[in-house]
Design a protein around this ligand. Structure first.
Ligand code: GRF
Length: 190
């Protein structure tokens, strides 16, 4: 099974997924799609010998160019790991229930455009939440809105800061995202 990872940032989730499948013959990450020149995830692709594609916004939003490419690469699952552009409808429709995203909060709260990275954890603490966590979900035409696949929680203590919450949430991301990717790819054989 072939996995495409879409990422805009450091790529720590991408790295965990790549590593997870090194010990497995079930699937492998065959392409990394990025929208930010110089992003850390591009260095990971380079180091791991994985094809990377730097996409342009116009073509991404208004053509089938990347859909054709993903089809040619026989991609079975598109994994968004910190990809900051909304997925256009034609791409969602080309891969029904085959695009997943991870969000560093308990959706439907603290989701949507602009709610990423540090901003999420600041908002969660500012709202006085007693817990946060991760949401792994299918992607549809709206931001952070598709059917939930998994949620895992962490407790927020009065001493927590956005940084300490980010660390606890990221630990959950790295623990669970590879597991869910494998489960989706192996269950699809049934
Ligand atoms: C993570 O917080 C993830 O939940 C969100 O974007 C960030 C990606 O981080 N979707 P990294 O680039 O995988 O380190």
């Amino acid at each position: 099974k072939n996995i495409a990872i879409f990422a805009s940032g450091a790529g720590s989730n991408a790295q965990k997924i790549i590593d997870h499948f090194k010990q497995s013959d079930k699937a492998r990450v065959t392409v990394i799609v990025c929208n930010k020149p110089g992003a850390g995830v591009l260095q990971i692709a380079e180091r791991e010998g994985i094809t990377s594609i730097l996409i342009e916004k116009e073509a991404f939003l208004h053509s089938d160019k990347y859909i054709q490419l993903l089809k040619e690469q026989k991609i079975d699952l598109v994994v968004l790991a910190g990809f900051l552009w909304k997925i256009p409808a034609n791409l969602v429709q080309a891969f029904p229930n085959r695009i997943i995203n991870i969000h560093p909060a308990l959706l439907p709260k603290f989701g949507g455009k602009g709610m990423y990275g540090h901003f999420v954890h600041e908002a969660v603490i500012a709202a006085g939440e007693k817990e946060s966590g991760i949401t792994i979900h299918f992607v549809n035409e709206k931001y952070d809105d598709g059917e939930t696949i998994l949620q895992e929680r962490i407790i927020i203590t009065p001493e927590d800061t956005p940084e300490s919450v980010a660390r606890k949430v990221q630990a959950l991301e790295h623990q669970w995202f590879p597991v869910i990717v494998e489960r989706l790819l192996t269950s699809s054989e049934s």
